[in-house]
Design a binder for this molecule. Structure first.
Ligand SMILES: CC(C)(COP(=O)(O)OP(=O)(O)OC[C@H]1O[C@@H](n2cnc3c(N)ncnc32)[C@H](O)[C@@H]1OP(=O)(O)O)[C@@H](O)C(=O)NCCC(=O)NCCS
Length: 173
C-alpha cells in the first residue's frame, strides 16, 4: 500500500504506542491466539536493550508495529532448542490495526525486522504462533522460519504460562 512509512518508534511516542497496543488487544476475540503485553513489558517497551520497535505510519498515525525481543532473560527458554549457548538470538512479533489488515503491512514490518536482525549480527530469529493464527503463520513461513517445537506450556512473558504455541526458528548466519 502506498503512502505508508516504516520506521523505528521513538521514545517520545510512548503514549500513542501504548494506546495502539491496547486498542488492538481489545479487538482480539480469542485470547489464546494473542498473548497480551504485561504491564512490565509496557513499562520497559522503550528500553533498547530489551526491544526494537518498528512502526508503520499512515501519515502521523501509528497503525501497526513489530517488536523484536532482545531481552536475554526472556529468550533463555529458546536456547535449549538450538543447543548453541553463545549464539545471539532474538524473537519477532507483530500487530496491525484492524482497519489496515490484509494489505501486507505485518509482512512488510516483519521483513524489515528480519533484515535488521541479520544485518546487526543476530544468529537466530525466533517466532511463535498459535495453530489458528493463519496470517501469523503465513508471515513466519514467508520469512523462511521453520517449526522447531510445539509447546503446550509456552511462557507468555507476563507471569502466565500454559499457552499453546508453535515455535519457529531461522538461522540467520
Ligand atoms: C496477525 C496480524 C498482525 C496480521 O497483520 P496483516 O497486516 O493483516 O498481515 P498481512 O496483510 O501481512 O498478511 C499476512 C498473510 O496472511 C494472510 N491473511 C491476512 N489475514 C488473514 C486471515 N484473516 N485469514 C487467513 N489469512 C490471512 C494474507 O493474505 C497474507 O498472506 P499472503 O502473503 O500469502 O497473501 C493481524 O491480524 C493482527 O494484528 N492480529 C492481532 C494480533 C496478533 O495476532 N499478532 C500476532 C501474534 S503471533
Amino acid at each position: 500500500m502506498s503512502g505508508l512509512i516504516y520506521r523505528e518508534i521513538h521514545q517520545n511516542e510512548r503514549v500513542i504506542t501504548v494506546k495502539m497496543i491496547q486498542s488492538i488487544e481489545a479487538t482480539v476475540i480469542n485470547p489464546n491466539l494473542f498473548i497480551r503485553h504485561s504491564l512490565w513489558e509496557i513499562e520497559n517497551l522503550f528500553d533498547k536493550d530489551k526491544y526494537r520497535l518498528l512502526g508503520c505510519y499512515d501519515g502521523d498515525m501509528l497503525i501497526g508495529m513489530s517488536i523484536l525481543y532482545l531481552d536475554i532473560t526472556y529468550l533463555l527458554k529458546f536456547y535449549d532448542l538450538i543447543k548453541a549457548e553463545d549464539a545471539l538470538i532474538c524473537e519477532i512479533s507483530w500487530l496491525v490495526d484492524e482497519n489496515y489488515r490484509g494489505r501486507g503491512i505485518a509482512t512488510a514490518l516483519a521483513r524489515h525486522q528480519f533484515e535488521y536482525a541479520k544485518n546487526v549480527g543476530y544468529d537466530y530469529l525466533f517466532a511463535t504462533a498459535h495453530d489458528e493464527n493463519a496470517p501469523s503463520i503465513k508471515i513466519i513461513e514467508a520469512l523462511g522460519l521453520e517449526l522447531i517445537k510445539r509447546d503446550e506450556k509456552f511462557d507468555g512473558y507476563n507471569g502466565r504460562e500454559g499457552y499453546i504455541r508453535n515455535v519457529y526458528v531461522k538461522k540467520l548466519r
